[in-house]
Ligand binder design. Structure first.
Ligand code: FMN
Length: 169
């Protein structure tokens, strides 16, 4: 798939088959995240790969939807603020960097026929405990990773003119 096809095909997958994710595919999506651009190339993120088998109850405390643990893998993208770059007015960019890395991972997964769903509505305290995250490593977003068991829906998006201002000079 070329990039625009991948972007078109990606959707939030909320039902997964139990089929395992091949090691080479997992390695490829993690490599896509590793290659993501980050502010000042600081790469202030850590990725936690969790095998869901036998951990449904624990992971259910992190995010309660049953499809979260249907996939064989759950990926947590964490930001490490102290390692990140901040703008001259103090605005930190570690969360932005973590989001870009996650988007690389998500698009690479789509290109390999895998499903993902960005999840921000998780319980941060449960996430810290279940993942055993040290101080300073902040979970930003999760995704299940597995083969889709649902179908894409129509994409509803705001019109271009709401989102883009084309200035001419
Ligand atoms: C930062 C972010 C957080 C999100 N958090 C959740 C979530 O907690 N639960 C969920 O079911 N979907 C979540 N989503 C998925 C969005 O609802 C979804 O991307 C949006 O409705 C567009 O649908 P699509 O991904 O199928 O194109 C999140 C998406 C993003 C980008």
């Amino acid at each position: 798939m070329d990039v625009s096809e991948v972007i078109e095909q990606r959707y939030s997958v909320r039902a997964y088959k139990p089929d395992p994710v091949e090691d080479e595919k997992l390695a490829a999506v993690l490599e896509a995240a590793r290659m993501a651009p980050t502010a000042a190339n600081r790469q202030p993120f850590q990725i936690v790969v969790v095998h869901t088998a036998g951990r449904a109850d624990e992971l259910g405390r992190v995010y309660g939807r049953e499809w979260f643990t249907q996939a064989p893998l759950v990926i947590a993208m964490c930001a490490v603020a102290d390692e990140g770059w901040s703008r001259s007015d103090g605005k930190p960019y570690a969360d932005v960097d973590a989001a870009i890395a996650m988007d690389h991972l998500v698009l690479a997964a789509t290109g390999l026929g895998l499903g993902t769903c960005w999840i921000a509505a998780f319980d941060p305290a449960a996430a810290r405990e279940v993942l055993g995250l040290p101080e300073g490593v902040e979970p930003v977003v999760f995704t299940p990773l597995g083969y889709p068991a649902d179908e894409p829906r129509e994409k509803k998006r705001r019109p271009m003119e709401d989102l883009v201002r084309l200035e001419r000079w």
